[in-house]
Design a protein around this ligand. Structure first.
Ligand code: ADP
Ligand code: MG
Length: 612
């Protein structure tokens, strides 16, 4: 421990200052990879080769065919705050390159042994520099192809404290893989090749985004992905709950691909977000993606998304942290809304019906011969509603990406979500069998009824609260609460909206409020907690209480869903159920995210019967 009184104030040595600054840019091998790849992209490279040894501790070498660095500038490039990407302070408000701080090369050189070879376009020879801990150790003219190769050896050799924090080689490799795949997605036209200890682990061939997704996830998964189609909402259209209108919404565009609900993971690692071509980390926006899948995914499962948000460069500040992965938006809520809505609408209009992937024929199960073919009409044991003569691949079902029977779904909310179906009968007192234009559908009657009720209750609620606002309940004597300054600012802006949803709140000193009444639906909650929750909804850009409302409606659905598994239905009842399901915005899953129906196509049936 350094005692504060024993040292005089002095300016840090250059080397120490560089090491301290380097700490923010270079946290681990993957950060070096990120910075060098960004430089190659900024230099207009078409091909970027990344070679890693020992998880990046021994060597990180990145070669590009970009513009190169001229021989009279290459030494400067390694100085702190040296950049060719920013000239005047106005440039900071509209950054279009990935780099701009002029820190990376200096920071990397300060904590490793660097060899840089570069030849600029138009120069006859290249230059090779060697640096150790930031000090130049050699410089010579060499023959070299156009472009730049930077080799970073023995990272943190002079910062033992950092070395100790590095994780296993496998972990560091994984971080590097993540960086490369993320940049390959953002720049599909660039050819990337990643080699770990002489083994190629990832390669993209310079094509479309879907090509890169295929390289990462494999063809089977890639073909299931749904393409995001811009910001479907019209400019100036009003947000029904938050009541905000903004012309600038139309300037926020969202594109990319998302997974259908049937593709899901146990964590958020497959959600990747980009703003103006820059990969960013933003928990709030991750949440916007997850929220778009609300009631479509089972609890605790997360979707896949590679979403590209574009907006005018001056609407986003990327100069928040040296690593440049955090950004600040001028209109964070508009960005949240655009992302969430685009994904939601794509899901609603394009999500396919789960497809039975493996059909085990009755003959395979040994019921051939005498009773052959009668299994579908067999009286199932109602205590075992799940016992069917079909087996589905994957956990329960897997999805196929071919939309609804080949009908292209319409953008927005208008297209049909289900084909026209004819009821054939019921099986196991649990499933309705229907015939559609392309084969057979099995509908889980209980799940379908839950979906129908859920949408009905939601619609009722939305209508009610538009007309009369929400029921409010007075508090005897009121309750005082304190909020953070940021939360108070937000609340002050939204007092009208708060009133609409049933909160009566009065300012009560700096950052303090007196709650006079709360929404009746929250009477069981501590009023201060209730207000806090709602303010947090606002902070995330959510419609306040939406989550609570949905939760309550789902509970109500569970209580009132009358049609259970194990209940025989008349033909009329089944028909009514199918018609109601057809009327749903989102008929493919129940509100808990389980599928309501599965599809067995005519082709699949023909195949199973050996007719093709
Ligand atoms: P920044 O990227 O923020 O400008 P860096 O320290 O990463 O800062 O790089 C400093 C400068 O070196 C860049 O502005 C660029 O002019 C040059 N440079 C770095 N890497 C390359 C490269 N691969 N190809 C061409 N020029 C490069
Ligand atoms: Mg850079």
């Amino acid at each position: 421990m350094v005692k504060y009184a024993t040292m005089a104030i002095r300016i840090l040595s250059d080397q120490l200052a560089s090491q301290i600054a380097a700490g923010e840019v270079v946290e681990r091998p993957a950060s070096v990879v990120k910075e060098l790849v960004e430089n190659a992209i900024d230099a207009g490279a078409k091909t970027i080769n990344i070679e890693i040894r020992g998880g990046g501790r021994q060597l990180i070498q990145i070669a590009d065919d970009g513009t190169g660095i001229s021989s009279d500038e290459i030494e400067t490039a390694f100085k702190r705050h040296a950049t060719s990407k920013l000239a005047a302070s106005e440039d900071l408000t509209a950054i279009e390159t990935l780099g701009f701080r002029g820190e990376a090369l200096a920071a990397i050189a300060a904590v490793s042994q660097v060899t840089a070879v570069s030849r600029a376009n138009g120069e006859i020879a290249g230059t090779r520099l060697m640096l150790e801990g930031g000090d130049l150790t050699s410089r010579e003219s060499v023959g070299a192809p156009n472009g730049t190769v930077i080799a970073v050896a023995n990272l943190f050799f002079n910062v033992p404290a950092r070395l100790k924090f590095l994780k296993s080689v496998t972990t560091e490799k994984k971080h590097i893989d993540e960086i490369i795949t993320r940049y390959a997605l953002a720049y599909p036209e660039i050819r990337f090749r990643l080699t770990h200890d002489n083994r190629i682990t990832f390669q993209s061939s310079g094509g479309t985004l879907l090509d890169v997704l295929t390289a990462i996830y494999g063809a089977e998964t890639a073909k299931q992905l749904l393409e995001l189609r811009g910001n479907i909402r019209q400019p100036g259209e009003e947000d029904s709950l938050t009541g905000t209108t903004s012309a600038s919404r139309s300037e926020i565009q969202v594109s990319g691909y998302i997974g259908p609900p049937g593709l899901n993971w146990s964590n958020r690692s497959q959600i990747t977000l980009y703003v103006n071509g820059r990969w960013i980390k933003d928990n709030r926006l991750n949440y916007a993606v997850i929220q778009a899948y609300h009631t479509l995914l089972p609890v605790g499962r997360y979707p896949m998304a590679a979403a590209f948000i574009t907006m005018p460069a001056e609407s986003v500040d990327v100069n928040v942290h040296p690593a440049k992965t955090e950004v600040r938006f001028r209109q964070a809520n508009a960005v949240f809304g655009a992302l969430q809505r685009t994904i939601r609408q794509t899901l609603i209009s394009d999500s396919p019906i789960p497809h039975a992937t493996h059909f085990t024929s009755v003959i395979d199960q040994g019921w051939g011969g005498g009773t052959g073919g009668r299994s579908l009409g067999r009286q199932a044991d109602p205590s075992m509603p799940g016992e069917l003569d079909l087996k589905w691949g994957g956990e329960m079902v897997t999805m196929t990406g071919d939309g609804l029977d080949g009908q292209p779904a319409e953008p927005g909310d208008g297209g049909p979500k289900l084909p026209i179906m004819r009821v054939v009968g019921q099986v196991g007192a649990s499933y309705i069998i229907t015939e559609g234009p392309d084969g057979l559908y099995l509908i889980d009657q209980h799940a379908a009824h839950e979906r129908v009720l859920y949408e009905k209750f939601m619609a009722e609620w939305e209508e009610k609260q538009d007309l009369e606002g929400m029921v409010s309940q007075g508090l005897v004597g009121g309750e005082a609460v304190h909020l953070s300054p940021a939360q108070s600012t937000l609340l002050d802006e939204q007092l009208d909206l708060m009133e609409k949803i049933g909160f009566q709140i009065e300012p009560f000193g700096p950052n303090a409020y007196m709650i006079r009444s709360i929404p009746a639906m929250l009477v069981k909650v501590d009023p201060a907690r209730a207000l806090q929750d709602v303010v947090e909804d606002l902070e995330r850009g959510d419609a306040p209480l939406q989550g609570k409302i949905e939760e309550r409606i789902i509970l109500r659905v569970c209580k009132s869903a009358a049609v259970k598994a194990g209940q025989s239905l008349s033909f009329q009842e089944m028909e009514a159920m199918i018609r109601q399901l057809e009327g749903c915005r989102n008929p493919h899953t129940c509100p808990h995210g389980r599928p309501t129906l599965i599809h067995l196509s005519a082709t699949q049936l023909a195949k199973e019967f050996g007719r093709t």
